[in-house]
Design a protein around this ligand. Structure first.
Ligand code: PGA
Length: 248
């Protein structure tokens, strides 16, 4: 049985004090028996949110990391820096980072290796654009993104990762994939993991859906066979995140 994961991606929202207040109110209400709940917060909010949720089972995540251990990389953050502050999850390869900061599949692969080496749970994002979906190349695209992201990752590490399928056309648009579209894409990813690593590894790995998840659509999406929870943007900084995690 795969335990569900519901991760909130706060993106570039909330100051440390706003974030701590929001997290302190929300975290105690989240039921983590059936799903791991995670707040992926801006770097500057990490310390304050860590303090605010320390008595709860809610996990703390970052939205990016660098793949080197140290050095002349102005503005970047290492895995060890995150670990020391209590961060245990990290989003890698979000489509906004790919689009606005030219993050490549090769960089995603390096970041994934570094996150695993450090003991962070990576949430690796993949997803197609609207043109790719319309041209019927979604499955090929997802397979390519996952293959490159996982180059050199051994089978035993794969279940320690989380993969988020996020169709770009559904992110922040209010245009959610249908349950069937989301399921189909997540099944493509699980099938690839089966081919690369075998059935047992594929069955043990959590695959999430992301893209306009809200309190009204989450339950049905997360009930699909190959969807093991969600990566939630806009709705993760609203009180409705409670309903998405608690499943009602
Ligand atoms: P959204 O964002 O829920 O606001 O569509 C999802 C994401 O970018 O992870």
């Amino acid at each position: 049985m795969r335990k569900k994961v519901v991760a909130g991606n706060w993106k570039m929202n909330m100051t440390p004090s706003d974030g701590a207040k929001f997290a302190a109110e929300l975290a105690p209400k989240l039921n983590t028996d059936n799903a791991e709940a995670v707040f992926c917060v801006p770097y500057t909010d990490i310390a304050a949110v860590a303090e605010a949720i320390k008595e709860t089972n809610v996990g703390l995540g970052a939205q990016n990391l660098h793949y080197e251990d140290k050095g002349a990389f102005t503005g970047e953050i290492t895995a060890a820096m995150l670990m020391e502050l209590g961060v245990r999850y990290v989003i890698i390869g979000h489509s906004e980072r790919r689009e606005y900061y030219a993050e490549t599949d090769e960089a995603v692969n390096k970041k994934l290796k570094k996150a695993l080496e450090a003991g962070l749970t990576p949430i690796v994002c993949v997803g197609e654009s609207l043109i790719q979906r319309e041209q019927n190349i979604t499955a090929d695209w997802l397979r390519m993104q996952v293959r490159i992201a996982f180059l050199g990752i051994p089978a035993e590490a794969v279940p320690k990762t989380v993969i988020a399928y996020e169709p770009i056309w559904a992110i922040g648009t209010g245009k959610v994939a249908t349950n069937e579209q989301a399921q189909e894409a997540c099944a493509v990813i699980r099938q690839l993991l089966t081919e690369l690593y075998g059935k047992e590894t594929a069955e043990a790995t959590r695959i999430l859906y992301g893209g306009s998840v809200n309190a009204d659509n989450a339950k049905a999406l997360f009930a699909m066979d190959d969807i093991d929870g969600g990566l939630v943007g806009g709705a993760s900084i609203k009180p409705e995140f409670e309903k998405i995690v608690n499943g009602y």
